[in-house]
Design a protein around this ligand. Sequence first.
Ligand SMILES: Cc1cc2nc3c(=O)[nH]c(=O)nc-3n(C[C@H](O)[C@H](O)[C@H](O)COP(=O)(O)O)c2cc1C
Length: 201
Amino acid sequence: MEIDLTKLEPRHSHDLLTSSIIPRPIAWVSSINEDGQSNIAPFSFFTGVSWAPPIIAFSVVNRSDGTKKDTVINIQKVPEFVVNIVSVDQLSVMEVTAKPIPYGEDESFIYGIHLIPSKKIKPHRIQEAKISFECSLERIVRVNEGPNAGNLILGHVKLVHIDDRVLRNDKEVDSTMLDALGRLSGKYYCTTQSIIESEKN
Ligand SMILES: Cc1cc2nc3c(=O)[nH]c(=O)nc-3n(C[C@H](O)[C@H](O)[C@H](O)COP(=O)(O)O)c2cc1C
C-alpha cells in the first residue's frame, strides 16, 4: 500500500507519522515569559543534532487553529529553556503538564514536581528530572505558518545536570537507572528496560 500524505487530513498524517517514528524520547521543556512565569510542556519530536557544538532540537507544532503554543511564544521572547528528561515514574505528572492552560498562568505549582533555579539561564529546571539540559536558543526553523506547522527549536546545551545515581564512569548515563520514558502514539508509551546486545560491537 502507498499513502499519499498530500491527500490526507493533517490528523491522519499525525497518526501515521507518530505511530511510525517510534520510540521517541520526550523533551520536558521549561521556559519562561517576560514576567518570569514558568511554563512546562512535553515534546516527543525530539533529538540530538550535533555534539560540537552540543545542539539538541525539538519541534513544537502550531495548534490546529494556527496559533503558536506557549513554549514557542516564550522562547521567542526569552531565548533560553531547559530540556528535562522524563523517567517512567513521571508519566502522570508529565501528562498533566501537556494540558493547555491560559498563556501566562504560572505552571511552577503543579503537584508532583518542583522547579528550582538553573545555573546559567533564567528558566528553572525540574528538580525531579534525572537529567536536565540548560540551553540557550540557537535558532528556530519554521517549516511553515498556520495550522499544524512545525517550529523546530534548536538549543545550545550550556550545562547538564545529572543525578549522581544515573552516571557511570563520570561520563555515561546508565539507561537502567535513568529509566527513560519513550513515546509511542495515542495513549501508549514504552520503556528502555528490554535491552538487546549487538554481537558485532
Ligand atoms: C508525551 C507527549 C508528547 C508530545 N509531543 C509533542 C510534540 O512533539 N510537539 C508538539 O507540538 N506537541 C506535543 N505534545 C503536546 C504538547 O505537550 C501540548 O500541546 C502542550 O499543551 C503544549 O504546551 P504549551 O502551549 O505550554 O507550549 C505532546 C504531548 C505529550 C503528552
